[in-house]
Design a protein around this ligand. Structure first.
Ligand code: B12
Length: 208
């Protein structure tokens, strides 16, 4: 998979204008936006995380990189979402309590919309009451995201609060593993936004 160097650098440097220009140029040329996302944009965010770990950049740099990434995602979102069909099912997505990371969660929401689900985005810092209310509004699957090892345990709280309800709990995020999902009794785990769709398809018995 080839990498768009200009876009990669623009995300890592938090240059929103160039990110928008590069993504728009790809769209205008009829390029593959999924490839742009997985081959360039997500690796750029991973690189920023590695630099943060090495103390080469700090929170403000992470934040401007995230904003630049968000601007690019905004352009891609309507292209990924196929409008005008009957939803395959209703799901909700949220980042758990105490956690403000939303890029991965937004991607998961985007991919599920694109795959034909009705998606309620609950935002960040979601407590169990928020997830429960979405289930009461008809969500058949709850997708929880966590990026911090300190907020990950809240997924157990959510899973336990929803036990006995007619809903599937799927978890994901950088520190989360299949083993952790098994340990806390979640119904599913996905390592990325594509696998989120596959896991939800399987749990809700949606055939493609
Ligand atoms: C950008 C960023 C920020 C931004 C977030 C902006 C935003 N709007 O999201 C800001 C600057 C606010 C931030 C703040 C903090 N951050 Co931060 N951040 C990151 C960074 C660099 C990138 C995260 C990201 O967007 N990745 C790109 C997306 C696409 O990947 P992703 O989120 O993993 O999502 C993918 C998969 O995980 C999966 N997925 C995600 N969710 C779900 C859910 C389901 C259901 C499924 C199936 C799949 C799935 O699919 C996604 C797409 O493929 C990471 C580094 C990293 N490597 O993750 C650190 C990182 C997560 N942050 C970290 C830290 C420490 C913090 C702070 C505590 C820093 C501080 N001292 O203040 C605060 C905490 C704030 C809070 N309460 O949440 C640490 C966490 C360490 C740990 N082990 O807990 C990391 C790992 C950096 C590091 N290397 O140390 N951060």
């Amino acid at each position: 998979m080839s990498q768009n160097e200009a876009l990669f650098t623009a995300i890592t440097k938090g240059n929103r204008k160039i990110v928008e220009e590069q993504v728009n140029a790809c769209v205008a040329a009829g390029g593959n936006v999924v490839e742009l996302l997985t081959g360039t944009m997500i690796p750029a965010m991973r690189t920023i995380g590695e630099r943060f770990s090495r103390n080469e950049v700090y929170v403000p740099e992470m934040l401007i990189a995230a904003r630049a990434m968000g601007a690019g995602l905004k352009i891609i979102e309507p292209i990924l979402a196929k409008a005008g069909h009957k939803p395959l099912g209703k799901v909700c997505v949220g980042t758990v309590k105490g956690d403000l990371h939303d890029i991965g969660k937004n991607l998961v929401a985007m991919m599920l919309k694109g795959a034909g689900y009705e998606v309620e985005d609950l935002g960040v810092d979601c407590d169990t009451a928020k997830f429960q209310a979405a289930v009461d509004r008809g969500a058949q699957a709850v997708l929880c995201s966590a990026l911090l090892t300190t907020t990950m345990p809240y997924m157990k709280t959510v899973t336990e609060a929803l036990k006995g309800k007619n809903v599937k709990v799927v978890i994901g995020g950088a520190p989360v593993t299949q083993q952790y999902a098994n340990d806390i009794g979640a119904h599913g785990y996905g390592e990325d936004a594509n696998s989120a769709v596959k896991v939800v398809d399987a749990l809700l018995a949606v055939g493609r």
